[in-house]
Ligand binder design. Structure first.
Ligand code: KG4
Ligand code: ZN
Length: 342
């Protein structure tokens, strides 16, 4: 079934992405980021929808050209159906359904998180089932055991903020801007000494995560030391950023180690926007070596939102025999029909 030209479309948040996987090989993965949201300190949903609408068609044309294909050569159309911003999702979904209808080619709605979970398969070295998967994005933090294409067991998730959300909120608090992850990482770069001892949360379920206490600890520290965030001396930003980053990463890695002590897996995969974080990558590298497990972290192009992961996941569902009509599985019903067995 690998002899398919699979089109993927992703418009769940602030990245418009169009990708083509041709005969099992990724021939284009075009990503257009809506950088203009930075001036508002976060994603403005209505502006996001409009920007998707403007760029999705030119991206499709470029992706076809790059892949040396005509629209008529596309055999399968996959689009993110949720979770995400409703208006933004609708742009990609409606576009994909229109293509499917006019080309008379099958359409597969894809769960965005499932796209991330399997994004390690876009790398040359692939995860091996069963694998421990840490999903760390702006909206989700999950620890899973992925047993096969269709069987995923949830060990834990965040009980409050997602990991990426914590980076974004603390960044805002420090006046660094949006998106917080890369900005905090930059501010923290090369700062290792004399870190502030922020607490790692302990949850009732040993595999759950919590970040809101950490965020409050950063806020309390700022209030105690400086009165308010505007008075933080520029020179102190690396110390606060590095201390927060170290604790956030530790909150993630302790659960990974706990799971490795309890479950037998063949590899570890870390996916989603926060997987781009260098400290998280190096800590997981150390842990994977300690436990003798293969570690698959997608390259930055596949960590953030991208349509390659949507095309890949959609094609696996299709190859597993799933068929979808154009009238079903539109967001939000996909959540109920999600293939994640949580
Ligand atoms: O997966 P993603 O691109 O979009 C969602 O589906 O949410 O993740 C975006 C999140 C944002 O919260 C962003 O701050 C975070 O990933 N992020 C990072 C880094 N790069 C992006 N967090 C920490 N370190 C980074 N280098
Ligand atoms: Zn995402």
């Amino acid at each position: 079934m690998n002899t398919l030209n699979v089109l993927g479309i992703e418009t769940s948040c602030d990245e418009t992405s169009v990708s083509i996987i041709s005969n099992g090989i990724l021939t284009s993965n075009l990503i257009s980021s809506q950088d203009f949201h930075t001036q508002y300190g976060g994603v403005v949903p209505e502006l996001s929808s409009r920007a998707h609408l403007q760029i999705v068609m030119p991206l499709l044309k470029n992706a076809l050209q790059k892949s040396n294909l005509k629209l008529q050569n596309i055999d399968l159309i996959c689009a993110t159906a949720g979770p995400g911003l409703v208006g933004a999702l609708l742009v990609g979904l409606t576009f994909a359904k229109g293509l499917s209808f006019s080309l008379k080619k099958p359409f597969v709605p894809v769960n965005h998180i499932e796209g991330h979970i399997f994004s390690g398969f876009l790398m040359e070295e692939k995860p091996e089932f069963p694998y421990l998967c840490l999903v760390v994005s702006g909206g989700h933090t999950l620890l899973l055991i992925v047993k096969s294409d269709l069987e995923i067991v949830k060990l834990g998730s965040t009980i409050d903020d997602a990991a990426g959300e914590a980076f974004d909120k603390v960044s805002k608090l420090l006046g660094l801007g949006y998106p917080g992850g890369p900005l905090i990482e930059n501010a923290a770069e090369n700062y290792n000494n004399d870190l502030i001892d922020f607490p790692v949360a302990q949850c009732k379920n040993e595999f759950d995560f919590s970040f809101s206490g950490l965020k409050t600890s950063v806020l309390r520290f700022i209030q105690k030391e400086y009165g308010d965030a505007e008075r933080i001396p520029h020179g102190d930003l690396p110390k606060i950023s590095a201390s927060f980053q170290r604790t956030a990463v530790k909150s993630l890695t302790v659960n990974v180690e706990r799971a490795l002590n309890k479950f037998n897996v063949n590899s570890i995969s870390v996916v989603g926007g926060v997987a781009a974080n260098k400290l998280l990558r190096s800590e997981l590298n150390r842990i994977s070596k300690k436990y003798g497990k293969k570690l698959i972290i997608p390259s930055n192009e596949f960590c953030g939102d991208n349509a390659a992961m949507i095309a890949y996941r959609g094609s696996r569902l299709y190859e597993n025999g799933f068929k979808f009509s154009l009238s079903e599985n539109a967001y939000p019903s996909l959540n109920e029909n999600s293939f994640i067995k949580l």
